[in-house]
Design a binder for this molecule. Structure first.
Ligand code: ARG
Length: 589
């Protein structure tokens, strides 16, 4: 048998072996790719499902095969010898079942314990990615939709970073556009001396926005001045530019309070950044014959859409689409990204479909979606209140995100106090744990659902310590750490000298699940689905508790060393999942 180095992704490694077999048995069908899935059935751990499809391709072409089962037999017999595989069998219409070698599983885990979890990082064919997420609008409210974008985008960025992709974390804030005319004019009215403007003076920027909108709608003279102000701002007049900067700065501070609490890092390149590049980009598209005149506007007609993509409004102004086309051009040509990912609510799907299509027609992107550079819109559903409607406060206002996060923290602190932690812990410990648990609960409740579905925001549910919640998972992890601690053994020493043995079914099942970390992270990345990782993490904790820990005594058993190493490996994998989900582990419970 050949030495197989475990590079993490088991599915991929098995696929390589099946590939050899397929090339041997059907050398004339080079495009047939191996299909391998994890199956966790009683026949095996993985299954190769090529036989049926292959049979329908080759029957009648004069082969010796007599049907799918005989194709399956041939696939199995021609598998190269490998220490990964313990045994194989063919079932039903040619499914090839593989039982992994428990020796190899054990060895792979031991190797990870020594080399670090980074060795299990997915290997992607991407060098540099832009993740465009969060992206609130200046002076308008940052709402729960932006919270979803922030949480989902951060996780996707973290998973790609872990997979050794260089990630440009972009905050595409809405800091440009006609609303600034009225905001600036209103600012001049309220503060004739712009230097006096400060956050405390303005107070609530949302209220300021509302008041200026009121003024704009009520007073034609004001409206006139506001429209002038836009022109003067875009013309670069210092007084207007300064006022704009002030307003942006105040908004930015508010956004940062949210990012700080969530531990999310972003780099701002707002809409205004791309503004100077728009004319050049539109000229390029126009030279390609893509842009047409329609009802005074300049538009791109696209097949499959009943409305055209407007790139210059009839008043001559640019819009969301012209900015996004230009940002895409910049990301492709200046930043040389080979994957550009946009995280917004599904309501914006059509906008993305349209300008992606325009970019393909311009030849910026390949028409074949499997080729690079590629673009993906990561859409997500609504956050609902307990009444099943859009999530609002009791007075049906938009929820301020800082208030929401404060409440998560407060509630989780109350829960800790109820469990009598005030006597055991210092005030600082209480606070830190309440924060870690509270914010993690909010994040996990969002991430565990398939992002396309709506979900109901429910504090009681997300802070429950039972069920599929961050609280449950954090406690499960802390308990594992305490098993190791209480054993009194030096785990770092054991990693170097100890050996993992997977003789008990519970041990083997846990070991296999640990090894499947890599393929689950890879699926999370390639399909941009954080819920895949959440599901993996939750199942890991279930397998640990129900299959392993309830059947296999750890401390004081003859297998103590091996089992402690399995505990440690579980804790490491769980912590990596936490890290990718933006969750802070706690060690005391
Ligand atoms: N500012 C937009 C909004 O609040 C989201 C921007 C998303 N990014 C983009 N490149 N269009 O809806």
């Amino acid at each position: 048998a050949t030495e197989e180095e475990n590079v993490g992704n088991v599915k991929r490694q098995l696929a390589k072996l099946f590939e050899v077999s397929l090339r041997t048995i059907v050398p004339d069908e080079p495009e047939v790719e191996p299909v391998v899935v994890a199956c966790a059935g009683k026949f095996g751990d993985y299954q190769c499902n090529n036989a049926m499809g292959l049979w329908s391709k080759i029957k009648g072409k004069g082969t010796d095969f007599k049907g799918p089962p005989s194709v399956g037999q041939a696939i199995m017999k021609n598998l190269p010898k490998s220490e990964i595989i313990e045994s194989c069998s063919v079932a039903g219409p040619g499914f090839v079942n593989v039982v992994l070698s428990k020796k190899w599983i054990a060895k792979s885990i031991q190797k990870m314990l020594i080399d670090g979890i980074e060795k299990w990082a997915p290997q992607l064919q991407i060098k540099r990615a832009v993740v465009d997420f969060s992206s609130p609008n200046i002076a308008k409210e940052m709402h729960v939709g932006h919270l979803r974008s922030t949480i989902i985008g951060d996780t996707l960025a973290r998973t790609l970073e872990f997979s050794n992709v260089e990630v440009l974390r972009r905050n595409h804030v809405g800091d440009w556009g006609t609303q600034f005319g009225m905001l600036i004019e209103f600012l001049f009215e309220k503060f004739p001396n712009v230097e006096e403007v400060s956050e405390t003076a303005i107070g609530d920027l949302q209220a300021f926005y509302k008041a200026s909108k009121q003024r704009f709608d009520d007073d034609p003279a004001f409206k006139e001045r506001a429209q002038q102000a836009v022109v003067r701002l875009q013309g670069g007049e210092p007084k207007y530019r300064n006022a704009w900067l002030k307003i942006c700065e105040i908004s930015r501070k508010e956004f940062h309070r949210v990012y700080e609490r969530l531990g999310v890092h972003l780099e701002e390149k707002g809409e205004s950044f791309y503004n100077p590049y728009i004319p050049g980009v539109l000229k390029e598209l126009s030279d390609l014959g893509l842009i047409e005149e329609s009802q005074g506007a300049r538009v791109i007609f696209l097949e499959g859409f009943n409305i055209p993509l407007i790139v210059v409004k009839s008043d001559g102004g640019y819009n969301y689409a012209s900015t996004d086309l230009t940002a895409l051009w910049y990301r492709l040509n200046e930043e040389k990204a080979d994957w550009i990912i946009y995280v917004t609510d599904v309501g914006q799907q059509q906008h993305f479909d349209m300008f992606f299509k325009a970019a393909k027609r311009a030849g910026w992107l390949p028409t074949d979606d499997t080729l690079k550079p590629k673009v993906t819109h990561v859409g997500f559903g609504l956050v609902l209140g307990e009444d099943g409607k859009r999530f609002r406060t009791r007075s049906s206002e938009v929820v301020r995100l800082v208030d929401l996060l404060d409440e998560a923290k407060d509630r989780s602190k109350t829960a800790l106090l109820e469990r009598g932690k005030a006597e055991e812990w210092t005030e600082k410990e209480l606070d830190q744990t309440a924060e870690a648990v509270g914010y993690s609960a909010v994040k996990y409740a969002d991430l565990k659902n398939n992002r396309l579905t709506n979900y109901t925001f429910d504090f009681d549910q997300m802070l429950n310590d039972k069920g599929n919640t961050a609280v449950y998972l954090l406690y499960a992890h802390a308990r594992i750490c305490s098993i190791i601690r209480k054993s009194g053994r030096n785990i770092e020493e054991l990693k170097k000298t100890g050996e993992i043995v997977l003789d008990h079914m519970g041990e083997r099942e846990l070991g296999l699940h640990l090894l499947q970390f890599s393929e689950n992270v890879e699926e999370t990345c390639t399909n941009l689905l954080p819920n895949v990782l959440c599901e993996y993490l939750y199942n890991l904790s279930e397998v640990f508790t129900k299959k392993f820990y309830s059947n296999c005594q750890v401390v004081g058993s003859p297998e103590e060393t091996s089992r402690l190493l399995l505990c440690e490996a579980t804790a490491i994998v769980m912590r990596k999942c936490f890290n990718l989900l933006g969750i802070e582990p706690v060690y005391k419970i």
